[in-house]
Design a protein around this ligand. Structure first.
Ligand code: OKP
Ligand code: ZN
Length: 338
């Protein structure tokens, strides 16, 4: 399948994130997307450029003042990389660029630093997802939107969890103008942003499998009693996962989640794909003792494709960089071979 990718993401390169008040090397760094792109390219998938979207596609799911805040924050940060030595919370010594800053407003956590290139990268990342939606509408073609920065934590008016604009929500909003939409989120973390944006919508179903928010980021949402409101009542379904889950148990939960998608009879399916459920993922899968291995991602891809709904794929998380190319290629192979 075609992979939509832009090197613009390389300009979003913060060095550190804040965790309990101390700085640590950031987990969401450019090499992630480079590895996934290389892995998919090596597996024979064609890499294509996105079509840049207009601002209206972004303000369809985010408030104009939030979009403008990110633009202004990015523009106010120095473009030049002034190196500065710093010591992390574990005593490790690093250099970082003074051209990074942490926003004080429109933000839900301390994991989401900005640099001068953040706004451009975030707009392009949204463009990647929107281009996948356009291709799906135009000729029912499944594409892999290799978004970076990721999007599913970004709320209508708040950044968080490395996310600025909610790429999958921007795509789903576009799809919803042509039919009903299900968004399936298999990233390790709950897609609080996507849930919130569509929480009162009856034409967009949100279904998510993720680590138990009692113990894992984003801590604020993701429990099974969150089922939507108003027109969106019963159009939101959360499947929190216990620590220590294995691939077989995960398949069972995914089958339940997919049943919810099938019952909704959507015209389109957009999948938020994360590789952070992987057993070696340093900030997610390994922390929760998930036993999910490489081949399990083929099973997931295959199960999703078996629904036979016009589908697009959107990149979210995944932080074990050495295996990201292999994980992506395996997931797509499962999807294509079904
Ligand atoms: C973004 B996505 C590391 C904690 C990291 C933030 C996680 C954001 C995940 N000490 N917390 O859903 O993959
Ligand atoms: Zn994640």
């Amino acid at each position: 399948m075609k992979v939509i990718y832009s090197p613009e993401h390389l300009n979003h390169n913060p060095q550190s994130e804040v965790y309990d008040g101390a700085l640590y090397p950031i987990s969401e760094h450019p090499e992630r997307a480079e590895q996934i792109m290389q892995g998919l390219h090596t597996a024979g998938h064609e890499i294509v450029a996105p079509v840049q979207i207009d601002l209206e596609s972004i303000t369809a799911v985010h408030t104009p003042r939030y979009v403008e805040y990110i633009r202004r924050q990015s523009a106010a940060i120095m473009a030049s990389q002034i190196e500065q030595e710093w010591t992390d919370g574990d005593g490790g010594v690093h250099t970082r660029t003074r051209s990074q800053r942490h926003a004080s407003n429109f933000i839900m956590d301390s994991y989401t630093p900005l640099v001068n290139g953040t706004y451009g990268a975030a707009v392009t990342s949204a463009s990647v997802a929107a281009s996948a939606a356009d291709r799906l509408i135009a000729d029912a073609e499944t594409t892999y939107a290799l978004c970076r920065p990721p999007g599913h934590h970004a709320e209508r008016q708040r950044m968080g969890g490395y996310c600025f604009f909610n790429n999958v929500a921007i795509a789903a909003q576009k799809l919803s103008e042509s039919g009903s939409v299900a968004v399936l989120d298999i990233d390790f973390h709950h897609g609080n942003g996507t849930q919130g944006i569509f929480y009162d919508r009856g034409d967009v179903l949100f279904v998510s499998l993720h680590a138990n928010p009692d113990r894992q980021f984003p801590y604020l949402t993701g429990w099974s009693d969150e089922q939507g409101v108003g027109d969106g009542r019963l159009c939101n379904a959360n499947f929190p996962i216990d620590d220590g889950i294995n691939g077989h148990e995960y398949d069972g939960l995914l089958a339940e989640a997919l049943d919810r998608v099938v019952d909704f009879k959507p015209d389109f399916l957009a999948v938020s794909v994360g590789y952070d459920t992987y057993k070696l993922d340093p900030i997610a899968g390994a922390k929760a003792d998930f036993r999910i291995d490489v081949t399990d991602f083929a099973t997931m891809g295959s199960a999703i494709r078996s629904l036979d709904i016009p589908t697009m794929l959107v990149q979210e998380g995944g932080y074990y960089v050495p295996d990201l190319g292999k994980l992506a290629a395996t997931f797509v192979r499962g999807f294509e071979n079904n």
